[in-house]
Design a binder for this molecule. Structure first.
Ligand code: 5RP
Length: 261
């Protein structure tokens, strides 16, 4: 691994060198969902949370329009797109942001969705592989977003398959979902794995699966809705952080969350 790639990877997931988890804050939803609940005014929601996140995953437009230029937070830029929630099949994505533009935006990593089992599986795999070729030429790590789509069966078998394919294609970070038997998925993925939060669930539930994922070997979370759709996004990101980075018990973190409401 080149010096630049290693350095960027450790900036995106700063827990990696000491074996703790990291908090990537996912706010890229609008690229196919439009003004997602909680992110209607992205700047208003995001800016107060920046001190509690290790890195930010987002689209080019929100980076340019809603994130202060003087921030030092490492950016993971979504570079795939091509559809919206108005379509039944959401797998028709391609590379839509060049690596040159990602570099111009001073990003620390790029993120691309692969739709394993989806109608456009072949297209997204080939596009992803070409992105790895281009990004690695400049030492930019590539995060593979797996298991997205409306009808995916998010069990161990499917998630392991999708995650392992991402590794085989050259992903530097795999993003997937937590599931029963998650430690087996981790065992089959020799790169850092982060988990998405998925749809909003009660805060304690989200804290518990974040805790379980890190205990099973995840490198952290790449969580969005369970933070920005919480009753108190600022309290919730701090609770997630105490579980994922500091190893707090999820029940204690939840008590802390509630007491500061
Ligand atoms: C969508 C994404 C989102 O970033 C991802 O789903 C994470 O957000 P959430 O925790 O809300 O699921 O990659 O394709």
């Amino acid at each position: 691994m080149s010096w630049g790639l290693r350095n960027r990877l450790d900036r995106v997931l700063p827990g990696l060198p000491n074996g703790t988890g990291s908090v990537m804050f996912a706010i890229d939803h609008g690229y196919f969902m439009g003004p997602t609940t909680g992110l209607e005014d992205p700047r208003k929601t995001i800016v107060p949370l920046l001190p509690h996140a290790d890195s930010l995953m987002l689209s080019r437009g929100i980076l340019q329009n809603s994130i202060p230029k003087r921030t030092n937070i490492p950016i993971v830029l979504r570079v795939s797109s091509g559809n919206s929630i108005l379509n039944d099949d959401m797998s028709n994505e391609k590379l839509c942001v060049s690596v040159e533009d990602a570099i111009r935006l001073n990003v620390s990593a790029v993120a691309f969705s692969i739709y394993i089992g989806g109608a456009y599986e072949h297209q997204t795999i080939v596009e992803f592989s070409k992105l790895v070729n281009d990004a690695h030429r400049y030492g930019i790590p590539v995060l593979a977003v797996t298991a997205v789509g409306k009808d995916m069966n998010r069990d161990l078998r499917y998630l392991s398959l999708a995650s392992r394919i991402a590794v085989e294609l050259g992903a530097d970070i795999v993003k997937t979902y937590y599931c029963d038997g998650f430690n087996e998925l981790i065992g089959a993925c020799p790169v850092p794995v982060v988990i998405a939060g998925g749809k909003k669930v009660p805060e304690l539930e989200a804290l518990k699966f974040a805790h379980n994922a890190v205990s099973d070997g995840a490198a952290g979370v790449d969580m969005g809705r369970n933070i920005f759709q919480s009753d108190s996004p600022e309290n919730m990101i701090q609770a997630v952080r105490s579980v994922v980075v500091d190893g707090a018990d999820p029940n204690d973190a939840y008590e802390q969350y509630k007491s500061s409401l």
